[in-house]
Design a protein around this ligand. Structure first.
Ligand code: AHR
Length: 499
């Protein structure tokens, strides 16, 4: 039998926050150097920003960019990256065994972010540093003037404060790999004290406390509970990070990665709500899913072990397949489905490092397979997210048991009346889907765009063949009495648009 999907505007989840379409620029590998910034590149502007990467960032529809790390931030001294470039120190970056030249820093990032049309999201170092340095950074960035640090910013050319609204209180502090790793109590106290002081400087900011580095961490859930007991009243978000690794070749499981992300979000919000109830807090926290992606993670350690201290090495430059694009599309569906509780999300990272945008130093930039579902979702998921309850077959997986073949979400733009239905077929066969849109009378089909991995799941985009994995248009759906049947190709991500 066909799979079934009914969309009805009565079943509202919440607004699709633009901040869900965030990305992440870390001082790691060639994300900054050779990625967004490459002075001397034929395409670079006078400040060294690669125009081709700026164009692709805008085309992707990226809303927020988190900076400067990641694990990097836990050993970073932000003041190394401001002032005359010739005076900036070269430092050891312990996180990635790299020499950091500091040629690019806070002021360069803020100018780049304005040029890219993205909102900056800053992380402070709570690994090797603490509350005073976080306050200094906030004063430099957001205080209008008349103090040493705000005047220093003005001296460096930024007369107006940057007005950064989103701040992460450290990064993955639960991870033993983190420089300055802490217990939940140690981190919770530090984060609470830092949050209180930062909000004294600028009460308009929103703060993110570190949640778990992934759902499989041995401390998961207990970590969130303890951290939030310290920080709940001072923060606005609890973070979540997750990466899905296809290296073991278990295709059925990797295609179901969104099942794990879905459970993760549910568990984090349940934990936050439990602490909120215990503390008699009425205000609900949101999740900042500020690192997520597919990552062939098992390749990293060998890479780090192989080399000494170098500048901007090529690090985790994964080539994404058509299958990976379907997974990324499904992860975006999951983030949207939780629009009532996920307020920020950042795909990690933007350029070269596990990234939708790849570049060659001195050469071109191109779109990886995963670029496409991100760009199309960011463009078309506008308005109110509607809850959908698809009915369809299931299939067995090693990692997650029986999972649905079909995953969906719908977004209704109340201003234009348009409807976007996002649907992933995780299965190896085409899936006929009966759509019932009678709850939204007067619609007509506009387009059925698909990115299908069925024919060639391992296909990638390369410098030589940058358009191999791209979305294609299928027959426009025709509604008859508010219903239609569409065919979702084998292992595919789909966008069905109605106006
Ligand atoms: O995005 C790569 C790394 O993954 C980040 O630095 C870290 O936060 C995470 O473990």
């Amino acid at each position: 039998p066909n799979a079934q999907l009914t969309v009805d505007p009565a079943f509202r989840v919440g607004e699709a926050d633009r901040r869900i379409f965030g990305s992440f620029v870390e001082h790691m590998g060639r994300c900054v150097y050779g990625g967004i910034y490459e002075p001397g590149h034929p395409n670079a502007d006078s400040r060294g920003y690669r125009r081709d990467v700026l164009d692709l960032t805008r085309e992707m529809g990226v809303s927020v960019v988190r900076y400067p790390g990641g694990n990097f931030v836990s050993g970073y001294r932000w003041e190394d990256g401001v002032g005359p470039v010739g005076d900036r120190p070269r430092r050891l970056d312990l996180a990635w065994k790299t020499i950091e030249t500091n040629a690019f820093g806070l002021d360069e990032f803020m100018t780049w972010a304005a040029e890219a049309g993205v909102e900056p999201m800053m992380a402070v170092n709570l690994g090797t540093r603490g509350m005073p340095e976080a306050c200094d950074l906030l004063e430099y960035a957001n205080h209008p003037g008349g103090t040493q640090l705000s005047d220093l910013r003005r001296k460096h050319g930024a007369e107006q404060p940057y007005g950064v609204r989103l701040w992460c209180l450290g990064n993955e502090m639960d991870g033993p790999w983190q420089v300055g790793h802490k217990t939940a109590d140690e981190y919770g106290r530090l984060a609470a004290e830092t949050a209180r002081a930062m909000k004294m400087i600028d009460p308009s900011i929103s703060l993110v406390a570190c949640g778990s580095s992934n759902r499989g961490m041995p401390t998961f859930a207990g970590w969130e509970a303890t951290v939030l007991e310290h920080t709940y009243e001072h923060v606005d978000y609890i973070s979540a990070h997750t990466y899905y690794d296809p290296s073991d070749g278990d295709r059925a499981s990797i295609l179901a990665s969104a099942v794990d992300m879905d459970a993760f979000i549910t568990e984090v919000t349940a934990t936050a709500d439990h602490v909120g109830a215990k503390l008699r807090q009425k205000r609900k926290l949101k999740v900042s899913f500020d690192e997520w992606n597919v990552w062939y993670q098992s390749r990293l350690q060998a890479d780090l072990d192989r080399r000494g201290w170098v500048e901007a090495p090529a690090l985790i430059e994964d080539d994404y397949t058509a299958d990976d694009a379907v997974v990324v599309g499904d992860l975006l569906i999951t983030l949207l489905r939780h629009a009532d509780r996920v307020g920020v999300a950042c795909q990690a990272q933007l350029a070269n490092v596990i990234a939708p945008i790849r570049t060659r130093n001195g050469g071109p930039a191109w779109r990886q397979s995963i670029f496409h579902p991100f760009a199309l979702t960011a463009r078309h998921a506008r308005g109110t997210v509607l809850r959908t309850e698809p009915v369809g077959p299931t299939y067995p997986t090693e990692r997650y048991g029986d999972v649905p073949v079909l995953d969906t979400v719908a977004v209704h733009d109340e201003e234009t009346g348009g409807l976007a239905v996002f649907a992933v077929n995780r299965g190896p066969d085409a899936l006929p889907l009966d759509l019932d849109l009678r709850g939204l009378p007067g619609l007509r089909g506009e387009a059925h765009t698909t990115l299908s991995a069925g024919d060639d799941p391992a296909a990638t985009n390369t410098e030589a063949d940058p358009e191999r994995v791209t979305p294609r248009e299928l027959t426009t759906p025709t509604l008859d009495g508010g219903r239609c049947t569409v065919a979702l190709p084998a292992t595919s991500w789909n966008l069905l648009r109605f106006v």
